[in-house]
Write a protein of this length. Structure first.
Length: 221
């Protein structure tokens, strides 16, 4: 097998890839924000001590964490249109699926972050007359987010890598852009190798940023 990277027209290749990269970044950001928000709610439900809140939140988290993401993607893409009676589109389906799925993982991260805040600070909040909601909003959650920020960013990097799975439902993500380029150039091997390099560069760069962030948070502590 002969590899010929010189055969590729990089300007044309970038035009195919850029569209997919934009969607992958959009999907990552939407799923990250939505997942953290929903995950925080789930974490608070599990820590509330009330069975009627703990049980459904625990079922949600444990169920989704036990199912492969690609299966969830296919379920949402195939079943939701049947339930609502109209097609939803691969891109919208992917955004909903990733938000719902990632919330289960962000929930566990947030739960650990909340539990890392000393109970004495929570009791101090109660002592000055704060409610549970005020204590969480003003004392616990700000510290939990700071403590868990490197882990949240690491999960976001994994989320970006997982966006390549939307290939299964035909969404035009970064990997799909490389596939289309490979078919147009008739050089699939080369374009998939370039795709691997691009994913590596992006994820490695983000990992270095997370490492620097960890060091800064350690200094603050």
């Amino acid at each position: 097998m002969n590899l010929d990277f010189a055969f590729l027209d990089w300007s044309v290749l970038s035009s195919f890839v850029l569209k997919g990269l934009i969607f992958s970044v959009q999907l990552t950001l939407i799923a990250m924000v939505g997942g953290i928000l929903l995950g925080t709610v789930l974490a608070l439900m599990r820590l509330s001590g009330k069975k009627w809140l703990v049980m459904p939140a625990a079922f949600y988290v444990n169920t989704l964490r036990s199912i492969p993401l690609v299966m969830v993607i296919l379920w949402f893409f195939l079943l939701i249109p049947l339930m609502i009676g109209q097609p939803m589109g691969a891109e919208l389906s992917a955004m909903i699926t990733f938000t719902v799925f990632e919330a289960a993982y962000f929930s566990e991260i947030m739960r650990a972050g909340i539990q890392s805040v000393p109970k004495g600070q929570v009791n101090a909040g109660y002592a000055v007359g704060m409610t549970y909601g005020q204590t969480m909003q003003l004392i616990v959650l700000p510290q939990a987010f700071r403590n868990m920020l490197p882990v949240l960013m690491t999960q976001t990097i994994i989320l970006f890598q997982d966006t390549s799975l939307v290939y299964a439902i035909g969404a035009y993500d970064l990997l799909k852009g490389f596939e289309v380029a490979g078919k147009n150039f008739n050089r699939p091997v080369e374009t998939y190798l370039v795709a691997a390099v691009v994913y590596f560069v992006i994820c490695f760069s983000l990992s270095m940023l997370v490492r620097r962030l960890q060091k800064k948070i350690a200094i603050i502590r």
